[in-house]
Ligand binder design. Structure first.
Ligand code: HEC
Length: 162
């Protein structure tokens, strides 16, 4: 059934794309610019990097931690530029006010390869995620500390998992 329905759909799609292409001087359908929503960016870029940063440190891979921290900052920068406001609040300002300190402290911990300082400042980073969610009425999105490494993550080959 599914195969038949799919075949019928493909046949229709083929006919309609032919008829568009066949029209004299018909413009090809324009691609619609896609702006990922705040939520898209959170789950595509920010949440995975928050977690990968933690895994990097768990493995003692400080270079990768530094890399992920830079990538996380970049993700927030692009979030603020693509979505300047949410609920009449300036996102770039909100990002700066909650994230600047944890970013600076994490950078120091990574440069010093200090696992204890990292754990403390990583918890601060996670609190900062949640403070923005609460401030923008998304308190339901509660970010927690990661608890184990996933084998699918780059550089996680040597990590025991359960
Ligand atoms: C400057 C504010 C701000 C900061 C800082 C922030 N978020 Fe968000 N986040 C939001 C907003 C706003 C939403 C809700 C978006 C929506 O509902 O469209 C959200 C939603 C989310 C979601 C839910 C997305 C979904 O569709 O399920 C996740 C996951 C998330 N954030 C992760 C994080 C993590 C991890 C951090 C910290 C590293 C973080 N966020 C920091 C503003 C922020």
């Amino acid at each position: 059934m599914v195969a038949i329905a799919l075949a019928a759909f493909l046949a229709i799609a083929l006919v309609s794309s032919r008829s568009v292409a066949a029209g004299p001087g018909a413009p090809s359908p324009a691609a619609i610019p896609y702006l990922p929503s705040i939520s898209d960016l959170m789950i595509e870029t920010i949440q995975p990097r928050h977690e990968r940063l933690w895994r990097a440190e768990q493995e003692g891979n400080w270079d990768f931690a530094a890399y992920e921290l830079r990538a996380l900052r970049g993700s927030f920068d692009r979030l603020g530029r693509s979505h300047p406001t949410d609920q009449q609040t300036s996102l770039p300002q909100m990002i700066a006010s909650v994230m600047e300190q944890p970013f600076r402290e994490l950078n120091n911990a990574i440069q010093a390869k200090d696992g204890t300082a990292f754990a403390k400042t990583y918890a601060g980073l996670t609190d900062a995620c949640n403070s923005c969610h609460q401030a923008l009425n998304r308190g339901v999105v509660e970010i927690r500390l990661p608890s184990r490494a996933s084998p699918s993550d780059p550089n996680a080959n040597d990590v025991p998992h359960n």
